[in-house]
Design a binder for this molecule. Structure first.
Ligand SMILES: CC(=O)CC(=O)C(=O)O
Ligand SMILES: [Mg+2]
Length: 220
């Protein structure tokens, strides 16, 4: 590790949350989006982080909040123009993440050609687990990520289905945005995204390595 600070609490660093969209063909298709030939990137604010024990808030301006379960990659060593061959040296660990999305707002933004900030970057839009040490996940391209709402399985997909691999994404992103230690990359969601309602309980996991639960509440 490159730092004396404790990256195991990466969410306290206030660093960038860089999200990759449409990285699973099955999810791109379920939303009738074109399967991309280059990564689709967007950002979340560090105030999007929320931890188990606190609620995920439905923004006051949305009536269609969706869950998206994703594998997160925690950057341990920053860099610019990182080569794919050395990209994994920049990874400190992984995290289970949700990319909570105000889908109705995102649809309106798409129609108007506006950015997705209101749909994707609001406070509590990024529930995260503890950091999973890099050594615990031997092959990040072969784990199952899953999510249940009120005990009903909604999403289950293997990271082997990602269109763009983690080394490719780190290299691609670092050509555009300098990566810093404590940054988090969300690698996209598989199919099965759906709406949640007030008081629903979401439980998500990576295989049987880690799980986390969050309750939905309305923003007041
Ligand atoms: C259409 C989306 O919201 C893209 C996204 O976030 C994804 O994970 O895919
Ligand atoms: Mg997403």
């Amino acid at each position: 590790m490159a730092s004396s600070k404790n990256l195991s609490r990466f969410w306290e660093w206030g660093r960038k949350i860089i999200c990759v969209g449409r990285n699973y063909a099955d999810h791109a298709k379920e939303l009738k989006n074109v399967v991309p030939t280059e990564p689709v990137l967007f950002l979340k604010s560090p105030s999007a982080y929320v931890r188990e024990g606190a609620p995920v808030l439905m923004p006051y301006y949305s009536n269609n909040l969706h869950h998206e379960v994703e594998l997160g990659v925690v950057i341990g060593k920053g860099g610019k123009d990182i080569a794919q061959a050395s990209a994994m040296d920049h990874v400190e660990g992984y995290a289970l993440c949700l990319d909570m999305t105000a889908r109705d707002v995102q649809d309106q933004c798409k129609q108007k050609g506006l950015p997705w900030t209101l749909a994707k970057a609001f406070d509590t839009s990024c529930p995260v687990s503890d950091m999973i040490p890099k050594e615990t996940i031997k092959d990040p391209h072969n784990v199952k990520i899953w999510l249940k709402v009120n005990d009903i399985l909604k999403q289950e997909g293997s990271t082997s289905s990602m269109i763009f691999s983690i080394p490719f994404l780190i290299s691609y992103i670092s050509r555009v945005i300098t990566l810093e230690e404590g940054d988090l990359i969300l690698t996209g969601t598989p199919k099965g995204v759906a709406a949640v309602q007030e008081d629903d309980e979401m439980v998500a996991g990576i295989d049987d390595i880690i799980s986390m639960r969050f309750r939905i509440k309305k923003q007041v």
